[in-house]
Design a protein around this ligand. Structure first.
Ligand SMILES: [Zn+2]
Length: 245
C-alpha cells in the first residue's frame, strides 16, 4: 500500500550503482529505511531531496511487512542547507542523529521524537549557540525515552546531594552513597541549568545564557550518562574529539 508522511533524511547508504537506501525520521513511522531507485542518476526526479537533513513530504510504496518499501515521491519542505554547509554544525547534528537512531524504534509512530528533532534543526540553523541547542536536545530526548538522569536530589532518598553516580544515573546523598566512588561533582549552577533546559521549550532557550564553563560541566555529565547507557561513546563524539586534539 501507499504511505504518505513527511520525513527528515538521517542517513543514506549507496546500493548498487545508482540506488540508495535512505533512513528517514518520520512522525508516523519513526525511523524508516526506504529504497530510492536511481537517485544518483542525473535528472533524477528526487532531485536534491535525498541529501542528509532535508525535510520532505514523501510517499512510499510497500506491503505492511516489506523490509524495504520503495520511495515514489519526495518534495522538499526545508533543506537545512546551511547546516550541511558548515562542518561543525554538521558534526554536531551527526551526534544527535546517532543518538536518535539508537533509541527510537523503527516503524513506530513517534510524533514527539520527530518534532523534537525538527525543532533542534531549526534552532541549530538559526542560533549561534549550537552547544546549548544540542544539550537541550539531548536532555529532552533522554526525558522522552525515559533515560533522564536525576540531578536535583538523591535518587534514593530525595535528600540533597551534589555527587553524580553514573552507574546509578543519579545524584546520591552522602548516606546513600557510602562506600561508592562518585563519577563527578555538580555545581548548583549546572543543576539549575539542567532543570531550566528540561522545563523550557526550545523556542525559549535563547533566553538562557549559561557560561561556557557551566555548559561544558553539564555536557560532561550528560555525555557520561549517555555513554554509560550506550555502554560505548557515540562514534561521532569520538570523531569530534579526535578533530579537536
Ligand atoms: Zn540519599
Amino acid at each position: 500500500m501507499l504511505h504518505r508522511t513527511e520525513g527528515i533524511v538521517l542517513r543514506t547508504i549507496s546500493f548498487g550503482e545508482a540506488d540508495l537506501i535512505v533512513t528517514y525520521l518520520t512522525p508516523d513511522f519513526g525511523p524508516v529505511k526506504i529504497f530510492a531507485k536511481s537517485p544518483r542518476k542525473v535528472k533524477s526526479r528526487f532531485g536534491s531531496s535525498l541529501e542528509p537533513l532535508v525535510q520532505s513530504r514523501i510517499s512510499f510504496w510497500g506491503k505492511e511487512d516489506a523490509s524495504l518499501p520503495k520511495l515514489t515521491q519526495s518534495d522538499i519542505i526545508h533543506s537545512f542547507q546551511t547546516i550541511r554547509d558548515t562542518l561543525n554544525s554538521f558534526l554536531t547534528v551527526s551526534e544527535i542523529i546517532e543518538l536518535t537512531l539508537h533509541f527510537i524504534p523503527e516503524r513506530e509512530a513517534n510524533k514527539e521524537a520527530y518534532s523534537l528533532f525538527l525543532n533542534a534543526l531549526y534552532t541549530i540553523e538559526n542560533n549561534s549557540n549550537k552547544n546549548l541547542a544540542i544539550i537541550h536536545y539531548k536532555i529532552k530526548f533522554l526525558e522522552l525515552t525515559g533515560y533522564i538522569p536525576k540531578l536535583d536530589a538523591c535518587g534514593r532518598c530525595g535528600r540533597k546531594g551534589n555527587c553524580f553516580y553514573v552507574a546509578h544515573g543519579t545524584i546520591l546523598c552522602e548516606t546513600c552513597s557510602a562506600g561508592m566512588v562518585s563519577s563527578a561533582r555538580l555545581s548548583p549552577g549546572a543543576v539549575k541549568l539542567h532543570k531550566d533546559l528540561l522545563t523550557w521549550d526550545i523556542t525559549k532557550i535563547n533566553r538562557i545564557r549559561p557560561s561556557d564553563m557551566l555548559l561544558s560541566e553539564l555536557s560532561h555529565i550528560i555525555d557520561m550518562h549517555i555513554h554509560h547507557i550506550l555502554t560505548k561513546p557515540l562514534k561521532s563524539r569520538e570523531f569530534i574529539h579526535s578533530l579537536s586534539e
